[in-house]
Design a protein around this ligand. Structure first.
Ligand code: ITT
Length: 215
């Protein structure tokens, strides 16, 4: 990172997510900062009843903290589509199950979400969108958080096998291919999650760099 000359003490944090796509990405993003991600022994059901990415990230981290009492990081993220008034936004993971625009049976949640966005954008010229992520750390205190965004456009059809979620229909600005066609390293370099968690990692390192009081 260039900013830490002394050897870094490793920090372990619990990752409050049940999304395997996020786990892989967050692991890789935090590793260079000496932050090791530990997965919870069991899933904690969290009702994401917040109205913002920040609130929902906080609800997730706090729920895992309360269950395991370990420093915890959470991610709340989603796709914000201009012509859909910001939807699916905080409802991104379960957009398919929201009544407007119809519910389609027989598809995986990711497929059904993608089909719904494509259907709602049919005939619309404006296909601008952005991914947003809020990365949050909680250890019983005030918490730390950071945001990241990645801007781009919704393509006409899905392409690519990488990543997860809406990646096959999101073409980041400056690229000719979808997020799902990028390598994992390239996605983390430009993604909302990469930006948010690198910012958060710098904040966490600041907290853990405080010298411990002498005996
Ligand atoms: P956890 O709450 O357990 O972390 P989740 O998938 O339910 O998992 P969110 O509530 O934050 O997480 O919803 C995020 C959704 O936004 C995710 O399921 C995808 O549909 C979409 N999304 C977020 N980041 C994405 C990315 O990098 N690529 C594609 N889609 C993404």
């Amino acid at each position: 990172m260039g900013e830490d000359k002394e050897p870094m003490e490793e920090v372990e944090v619990l990752l409050a997510t049940s999304n395997p796509g996020k786990v892989k990405e967050i692991n890789a993003i935090l590793a260079p900062y000496g932050i090791r991600v530990k997965l919870p022994e069991e899933k904690v059901e969290v009702e994401e009843k917040g109205t913002t990415f920040l609130e929902n990230a906080y609800l997730k981290a706090k729920a895992y903290w309360e269950r395991f009492r370990l420093p915890t990081v959470a991610d709340d993220s989603g796709l914000v589509v201009e012509a859909l008034g910001g939807y699916p936004g905080i409802y991104s993971s379960r957009f398919y199950s929201i009544d407007f625009g119809g519910i389609e049976e027989g598809y995986t949640p990711d497929e059904a979400n993608i089909r719904k966005v494509l259907r709602l954008l049919e005939g619309k010229e404006n296909r601008r969108a952005k991914f947003v992520a809020c990365a949050l750390f909680y250890d019983g205190g005030e918490g730390l958080f950071a945001f990241g965004e990645c801007k781009g456009e919704i393509t006409l059809k899905p392409e690519g096998e990488g990543g997860f979620g809406y990646d096959p229909v999101f073409r980041p600005d400056g690229y000719e291919v979808t997020m799902a066609q990028l390598s994992a390293e390239e996605k983390n370099r430009i993604s909302h999650r990469g930006k948010a968690f690198r910012r958060l990692a710098r904040l966490i390192r600041r907290v853990y760099r405080e010298p411990s009081p002498s005996p």
